[in-house]
Design a protein around this ligand. Structure first.
Ligand code: C5P
Length: 229
């Protein structure tokens, strides 16, 4: 597998185990890492994590946990035991929750923090009592997460450079909103191509629809990898 291929995570945003495993079987020679999100995990449970892992692939479980510190810590531990390599929590849960979560990591898993969801606008922040700009809130939560021991953050493409500038190589930056030049943006607003996002300093790119909604997902991956060589 090429160096670029190891930086791509394919989002298994499909409703069933059958559909997910079909994609994994088709792509596992090209791609090492897959993301399981709320839709698939709610339908299929830990069995889908075990099934993807059993095919030799790494799993990012994108559950964006946010609860009292003890509950989050116990869920982190459970995810590590099931065998996930990466898991997300909401940094807005506060430093006590994040510290409890990082202390509960097992089996070398990476814990990623979500700062502000890309769907959130400044009005949405006002609604929940936050007066700051989105960028300032992202930076505040990233700092909180890093100080509490988080391994990385999920960030939109335009946040890569400011986060690298502020935090250097202390964190992994994982970036959705990636669109190859030949694909449709869909509902993603501020996109970057894979090449642009890696150049800006992303460690991993998470890509869903440009690959999984393509009639030939393996050809879509090949085209993306070609753009990166
Ligand atoms: O299909 P697409 O490439 O837009 O998929 C991107 C993936 O990244 C989806 O699984 C989406 O839930 C996830 N994601 C995102 N924006 C975030 C966090 C996660 O698009 N801020």
């Amino acid at each position: 597998m090429t160096k670029a291929a190891n930086k791509i995570i394919v989002a298994l945003d499909v409703p069933t185990k059958e559909a997910a495993l079909k994609l994994v079987e088709k792509l596992r020679d090209q791609i090492a890492f897959f993301k399981i999100g709320l839709q698939l995990y709610t339908a299929e449970g830990p069995e889908i994590v075990r099934a993807v892992s059993a095919r030799g692939s790494k799993v990012w479980l994108d559950l964006k946990l946010h609860d009292i510190p003890n509950t989050v810590a116990r869920a982190v531990e459970s995810a590590g035991r099931v065998g996930v390599q990466m898991l997300t929590i909401h940094l807005s849960g506060g430093s006590e929750m994040v510290r409890a979560a990082t202390a509960a990591r097992v089996n070398n898993m990476l814990l990623l923090g979500v700062t502000v969801l890309t769907s959130a606008t400044e009005e949405a922040l006002r609604e929940i009592g936050i007066q700051d700009k989105v960028d300032d809130q992202v930076s505040r939560l990233a700092k909180l997460g890093i100080e509490a021991g988080i391994d990385g953050v999920v960030a939109s493409p335009h946040e890569i450079k400011p986060l690298r500038r502020e935090f250097g190589d202390k964190i992994k930056i994982v970036v959705p909103g990636i669109r190859p030049s030949w694909s449709e943006p869909g509902d993603q607003k501020r996109t970057m191509t894979p090449r642009e996002a890696l150049k800006a300093g992303a460690d991993y790119l998470v890509i869903g629809r440009p690959i999984i909604a393509n009639a030939q997902p393996d050809e879509a991956v090949a085209k993306i990898l070609q753009e990166l060589t």
